[in-house]
Design a protein around this ligand. Structure first.
Ligand SMILES: *Cc1c(COP(=O)(O)O)cnc(C)c1O
Length: 472
């Protein structure tokens, strides 16, 4: 029997509601989940690219959580490295002590100071890393005696975290609504680099890039360039607009603008970095646009332990080195030895097994599979990405690029339908302007096989077909 079409006027309008909509009044457990109506699945075991649920189902983790599990789940070598570290030292405070895995991790990532990046600062989460990067930028100007520089410019639909300052500079409107007033005051936002939605029809990439850069320069001038502290951007977009790569010359132009006005350039590579796009740093594929400060996280520990990093260019380090001689910032769990040991083991495996090259190669295969498999899906407006970092954006009308009504939660529906058939994807909404638009992201572990990718793409097509016919 063909499923009946859905009348969207009866769908709830709040942004917190997912595709299911019954409150579970029998919910007696004490862990606060993300949603009161959409209980998460219990995962009992995870191995390679597979999650094993308590109800006996096996799920292919085609998004590695949120682009986290780079080397897959259940790696015994990483387990052993964590146990070995725990048996040596599980915690010391960084005020007085350091540990070998923390030293080794920094030395491994920054061996030879790639692109002038000289120092690494490790904390727990992505948000903490971005907060730390912002405080470092501020201290840099404080020590340079430019105290007026407090203003941070970011891009609409960018994502930089969920703490108070990082939320302020992020563009995910749905996540911000209840927290108006929490904001860090000195911020403004410019357009995302998002060709599918915002490059005009009669415009070439060679015209789009300068238009975006002019807008940024205008914003610098409007704020007063001597008041701007930092420009922050994801070199390849993350969840907000879905793995959009910047138009040619954009990052290099951004670098030049920041140099012109003495503004620090911060790259947030928390999602797109650590090999995800086929090179260790995502910015390496975009000419010579090197950041002053950058953040990495998700893939750094591959999910084996919470860890994020701030990587700092020599020219920023030097100001502190010759100034106050300390970074006036710290956390109890910074450079945590177990987390560093886990990340060190993950990064060594990535190097030894050539997994970043594998990511680049499998990414080409995934791209061609997606383009072939989804060719006839009328609701697929765009397929974009790089490496093993891909996005499928949905539209109600391919020609006009009109979006589905946000109340439909089309991306979440596709994600649910795929999950029901054993494939986990990462759904996002607000693609166009923070409110309208839907996409799903694919970011599988680098160890995924061609056969598994083929299953993922087939299940994704069936999930899209099952949902689009409800709203045609
Ligand atoms: C996930 C993410 C963050 C926030 O990281 P958390 O660990 O969730 O705090 C920040 N920036 C980008 C680009 C991200 O993808």
């Amino acid at each position: 029997m063909a499923p009946s079409k859905i009348d969207i006027t009866h769908l709830p309008s709040t942004q917190y509601v997912n595709t299911k909509s019954t409150l579970d009044s029998e919910d007696k457990d004490h862990l606060l989940h993300r949603s009161f109506i959409d209980p998460p699945s219990l995962v009992e075991r995870a191995e390679g690219v597979n999650l094993f649920l308590s109800d006996g189902r096996k799920i292919i983790d085609a998004c590695a959580g949120a682009a986290v599990a780079l080397i897959g789940h259940g790696n015994k070598e990483v387990h052993q490295a964590i146990v070995n570290q725990l048996q040596k030292v599980s915690y010391v405070h960084t005020q007085s002590y350091t540990t070998q895995p923390a030293e080794d991790l920094a030395n491994l990532i920054l061996q030879g100071s790639p692109h002038g990046l000289e120092k690494a600062f490790f904390v727990g989460s992505g948000s903490e890393a971005v907060e730390s990067a912002l405080k470092l930028a501020r201290q840099y100007y404080f020590e340079k005696n430019e105290p007026e520089r407090l203003h941070i410019i970011s891009r609409r639909q960018g994502y930089h975290g969920n703490t108070m300052a990082t939320m302020t500079i992020s563009g995910n409107l749905g996540r911000k609504v209840p927290f108006e007033g929490f904001s860090y005051p000195h911020t403004s936002q410019v357009s995302p680099a998002f060709a599918y939605r915002y490059m005009q029809e009669d415009e070439t990439e060679m015209e789009y890039t300068p238009r975006l850069l002019r807008e940024i320069e205008d914003e610098f001038l409007c704020v007063g360039p001597h008041k701007v502290m930092a420009f922050i951007a994801e070199p390849v977009a993350g969840s907000g607009i879905g793995s959009a790569t910047p138009p040619a010359g954009y990052l290099a132009g951004l670098r030049a603008l920041c140099d012109k006005y003495g503004v620090l350039l911060i790259f947030d590579e928390i999602m797109c970095g650590v090999g995800r796009t086929g090179t260790f740093f995502a910015f390496e594929q975009e000419g010579n646009a090197v950041p002053d400060i950058m953040t990495i996280a998700k893939g750094l520990g591959g999910g084996y332990a919470p860890i994020s990093g701030v990587l700092v260019h020599k020219r920023v380090v030097d100001v502190l080195r010759h100034g106050s001689k300390a970074f006036n910032h710290g956390h109890t769990y910074q450079a945590h030895p177990t987390s560093c040991a886990a990340a060190l083991a993950v990064q060594k495996i990535i190097l030894r097994d050539g997994l970043i090259a594998r990511c680049a190669a499998m990414g080409k295969i995934l791209e061609s599979m997606l383009r072939t498999e989804l060719r006839d899906c009328w609701s697929v407006g765009d397929i974009r990405g790089r490496g093993l970092f891909w996005t499928v954006e949905f539209v109600k009308d391919k020609k006009t690029k009109e979006t589905f009504d946000p109340r439909i939660h089309f991306g979440a529906r596709v994600q649910q339908a795929a999950f029901d058939e054993g494939v986990a994807l990462y759904p996002c909404s607000g693609t166009v302007d923070g409110k309208r638009g839907d996409h799903v992201m694919l970011a599988p572990p680098f160890i995924i096989t061609e056969e598994e990718l083929s299953t993922v793409c087939k299940v994704l097509r069936e999930a899209i077909e099952s949902q689009q016919q409800l709203f045609s």
